[in-house]
Structure formats: C-alpha cells, structure tokens
Design a protein around this ligand. Structure first.
Ligand SMILES: *Cc1c(COP(=O)(O)O)cnc(C)c1O
Length: 216
C-alpha cells in the first residue's frame, strides 16, 4: 500500500476511535515516527499534510531536521542521555521523555523554549525507561518552574502485548495521573494500540510502522 493509503487508514482509525467515545478528532495529533525512514518518504509525508514528526535518536534525526526543519515540528521520543540533552533541546520542539530534574536543567542550556513531557513507567517494568510513580512529582515540579521548558504533560510506552486491549489499563492509568498533575497532553499509543489509547484520552499518538510500513 502507498503512503497515501496508509495515512488514510491511520486517519480512519483515529476518527473511528474518537467517534466511539464522542471525541473530536481534531483533539488528537498523529506524530509520524520517522526512525529508519528515508528523507524521501518524509518529504512525501509532508506533501500529504503531515506536519508533526517524532524521532528517538539524535544522530539519525539531525540530517532530517536540517533539511526539512522549518516546515514541520519535531518531537524527541527516545531515551535521554545526559551528554545529548542540550543538543536535543537545541534541535527539537518538544521532548517527551524527561525522567529527571537533572535532564530538565541540562536542556535549559540550549536557551530555547520547548515543550516538555515526563515519561512515566506505568507498569514499573525495571528494564524500561520512564519514572516510577514515586519519582513523578519531582520531575513535574522542575518542569513547572522551568523558564524554558513548558510542562505539557505525560508520555508512556505501553508494554508489548498480544492484544491492544491489554494496554487499556496502562493508558487509563496515565490519564488518571495526568489529571492529578495538570497534564494537557497525553502522549500514548503506537501503531498497534493507538485506537485504545485514543479511547482513553491520548492527545498525541506516535505512529511509525502503520504509516511508513514495517521497519527492517
Ligand atoms: C518506534 C517508536 C514508536 C512507533 O512505533 P510503531 O509501532 O512503529 O508505531 C512510538 N513510540 C516510540 C517511543 C518509539 O520508539
């Protein structure tokens, strides 16, 4: 199927999920995840009207941001390494994966104003990224008082599951925690499970393979 066909299919899924819970599809932003995707395909996506992109590795994203930069917004969704945070904040418009006050401070060194989300490890899987519930307040407070990073909300990566319904409880929990921490944005749901995430309140879904095809 063409990129155009897949984009239509993703938009249909967004609309169906929104309709099922009485949401306006305009409240959901699809972030096109471009890891391993060529510049050519990203340019095609821009032609189709896609304007928000997400990458998880700084090195791979720099040439893409440099050649396409001004027309589109870039969201960082990968693990933050201390030695790269400042450069990530220099090149990206939003960072979804803050885990610590230290990372927020390092990002402020870029001197730019960006959007910031805290990544939460809802299932508290030790091998996975994201703060546990007990560490959440400290990182959120740091963002709320930051002069350059605007606190926008929370992000989570659902566990890999056989049936997307199994992640409903994870998304529901992020939405609950989001309400108590004043989050406007909930970044949750990927190709396999974004329908369920939207039903539970996702404002940003991160979609790679459903748009660009399976990654190698
Ligand atoms: C790769 C990636 C995605 C997109 O995954 P798909 O299953 O291809 O949609 C979403 N979020 C994060 C954090 C990713 O690394």
């Amino acid at each position: 199927m063409s990129l155009k066909g897949r984009w239509q299919r993703v938009q249909d899924r967004v609309c169906t999920a929104c309709e099922s819970v009485g949401r306006d599809p305009a409240t959901v932003t699809v972030l096109a995840v471009t890891k391993t995707v060529s510049l050519d395909s990203i340019a095609q996506a821009i032609d189709l009207g896609i304007s928000e992109f997400a990458e998880s590795r700084l090195q791979e994203s720099l040439p893409k941001i440099e050649s396409l930069g001004d027309h589109v917004r870039w969201h960082f969704i990968g693990k933050l390494q201390s030695n790269k945070v400042k450069r990530i904040a220099t090149h990206f418009d939003a960072v979804h994966t803050f885990e610590s006050a230290k990372q927020v401070k390092l990002s402020e060194l870029s001197g730019r104003t960006i959007d910031g989300l805290v990544e939460v490890n809802i299932a508290e899987e030790p091998q996975k990224s994201g703060v546990f519930l007990k560490g959440l307040d400290e990182t959120v407070s740091c963002l709320l008082t930051s002069q350059s990073v605007r606190f926008r909300g929370l992000m989570t990566i659902g566990p890999v599951v056989a049936d997307p319904e199994q992640n409903r409880i994870v998304f529901r929990r992020l939405a609950e925690i989001g309400r108590s921490s004043g989050a406007e944005w909930l970044s949750m749901g990927m190709s396999a499970d974004f329908d369920v995430a939207i039903q539970e309140g996702a404002t940003h879904v991160r979609v790679g393979s459903a748009l660009f095809g399976e990654r190698n």
